[in-house]
Design a protein around this ligand. Structure first.
Ligand code: F6P
Length: 531
């Protein structure tokens, strides 16, 4: 597939000119004053997700140039190649087929394999969820990165659907402070350990798995075959560990795209087979939207292009995600891996260095907590950081008063970011806590908000397995889009290798004290650690 690099396209040049002429000084407030229908024209409906893009530094001309850019960079052609199963993960010679994991039976690639494992895994999950028979009260998922963050994000998000008789724990860090307090709560006979690792070689996961097995045997556990189960592509290694029940998946499922596969076992155990299938169905609906909806109304495509606009033309270096739903408290962490491991690359598909920026930093906390921590900087700091609000219309609890307050807060923050407050408005207000010593003008300057700070609002009717599936798939395809524009491989992660290799070298040195050949800082730190 031969497409020009994004910065060599006509659209890129047009966007540069457009940015200088209209983008740099674009004011969303003026745009609303000029166009009262802006909200309607800049909102997009996708399966389960409504998106308001109108508070962004964006107009129809910008969108048109961005859509031209997508076309020239071959985003849709790359998308079609992904869905067809072509080996678009060039550096590993692999297809990228997480969408096949959520296609209905008979509809996607590898359907027999996918549904064979899915059926077996869901049937197994139901036997464990029958706690009267299984005796299982605690499930411990041991995995890291993509073998942890997906289930760890989804299980609390779907709390309203989770089996009330089973507690879910997630152990990922090789720091013993992670697993120790978890083990303290467990009894071997009531516990199921899932060893989740695509490769079944990851240091952290293997170390925690060994620690769990040792604890199990030391505390009277006998039947490891019943209490340890594997989710992996490396069934042989799982067997060598002593696991006889394993749910497999395939090399065309990337770790950070794997919650739909056997890696989703904790989710299936938590919410049951029907809800797991709903999660898949929601994601599949978003796949269809991404694959088939014309570009101008294609939400993942539009969001990915907006990311390019902000990163490469406005020069914004990060994006903050603010889910106004406590259940989505791990979504920012999940998105960090999804976006930054996928698009944190500095060479193109041919290995040539890139002269433009790629992945932004993605970060955030649930609202309203973030408001009382870092929102100060979002409103008055020197950096402009686009914010993504996620609002959920209907809660799954009955505390409607709290929910109304939550929604009002979310709306107010995006409104405040956009509207700001002029020095004149600030001067006209009473500020009871302000110092009486300061003159009014100085005070007003401290209390001024620049405004015109961009945000997107994604809205769900309710947080259900189906809507969560759609939301996560939306993010996957959005990351695909910006990665395709940038011409990078969003599906490898060579950047994690160097640290792993150096760690293998340092591990024996920490024991022996051998600092020969090490750089001065590492040698000095090691000596202090050993001292
Ligand atoms: O740290 C890199 C990484 O390979 C991630 O991409 C992956 O999700 C994680 O490690 C865990 O890998 P595995 O599932 O093979 O244990």
């Amino acid at each position: 597939m031969n497409h020009p690099r994004c910065d060599q396209t006509q659209a890129w040049a047009a966007l540069k000119g457009h940015f200088e002429a209209h983008g740099r000084d674009f004011d969303v407030r003026d745009a609303f004053a000029r166009d009262p229908l802006r909200f309607a024209s800049m909102s997009v409906e996708a399966p389960e997700v409504f998106a308001d893009l109108s508070k962004n530094r964006l107009d129809t001309a910008t969108q048109k140039f961005l859509l031209d850019l997508a076309r020239e960079c071959g985003v849709e052609a790359r998308r079609d190649a992904m869905f067809k199963g072509e080996p678009i993960n060039l550096t590993e010679g692999r297809a990228v087929q997480h969408a096949a994991l959520r296609a209905p039976r008979g509809a996607g690639l590898f359907s027999d394999d996918v549904h064979g494992v899915l059926d077996a895994m869901l049937a197994y999950a139901e036997t464990i969820r029958d706690t009267a028979t299984s005796g299982i009260r605690h499930v411990v998922n041991i995995g890291i990165g993509g073998s942890d963050l997906g289930p760890q994000m989804v299980v609390p998000a779907l709390d309203a659907f989770v089996h009330p008789g089973i507690t879910f724990h997630f152990v990922s860090n090789v720091d013993g402070h992670d697993i120790t307090p978890v083990l303290r709560k467990l009894k071997p006979a009531e516990t199921l350990f899932i060893i989740a690792s695509k490769t079944f070689t990851t240091q952290e996961t293997m170390a925690n798995a060994q620690a769990a097995k040792a604890w199990f045997l030391a505390n009277g556990g006998t039947d490891t075959h019943k209490h340890f189960v594997g989710a992996t592509t490396n069934i042989q290694a799982a067997a060598a560990f002593g696991i006889s029940t394993t749910f497999g998946f395939w090399d065309w499922v990337g770790g950070r795209y794997s919650l739909w596969s056997a890696i989703g076992l904790p989710i299936a155990l938590a919410v049951g087979a029907d809800h797991f299938r709903e999660l898949l169905a929601g994601a599949h609906a978003m796949d269809q939207h991404f694959a088939k909806t014309p570009a101008a109304k294609n939400l993942p495509l539009l969001l990915g292009l907006l990311d390019v606009w902000y990163r490469n033309f406005h020069g914004f270096t990060s994006r903050s995600v603010a889910p106004y739903h406590q259940g989505l408290k791990r979504l920012p962490a999940y998105l960090q891996q999804l976006e930054m491991e996928s698009n944190g690359k500095c060479v193109d598909l041919a290995g040539a260095s890139l002269p433009y920026a790629t992945s932004p930093v993605v970060w955030g906390e649930p609202g309203t907590n973030g408001q009382h921590a870092y929102f100060q900087m979002l409103h008055q700091g020197t950096d402009v950081i686009p914010v993504e609000f996620i609002l959920v219309k209907r809660p799954t609890h009955a505390l409607t008063d709290l929910h109304t307050k939550l929604l009002a807060n979310g709306l107010a923050q995006s409104q405040a970011l956009m509207l700001g407050k002029t020095p004149l408005q600030a001067a006209a207000e009473k500020a009871p806590t302000a110092s009486k010593e300061l003159d009014a003008q100085t005070l007003a300057r401290h209390r001024t908000f620049p405004g015109n700070r961009p945000s997107t609002t994604l809205m769900l009717e309710q947080l259900t397995p189906r809507s969560l599936g759609a939301l996560v798939a939306l993010y996957e395809h959005r990351v695909f889009t910006s990665g395709a524009v940038w011409g990078i491989n969003s599906f490898d992660q060579w950047g994690v290798e160097l640290g792993k290799a150096l760690c293998s070298d340092l591990l024996p040195r920490l024991a022996s004290g051998d600092v020969g050949g090490l750089d001065g800082s590492t040698a000095g730190l090691m000596q202090r650690l050993r001292g």
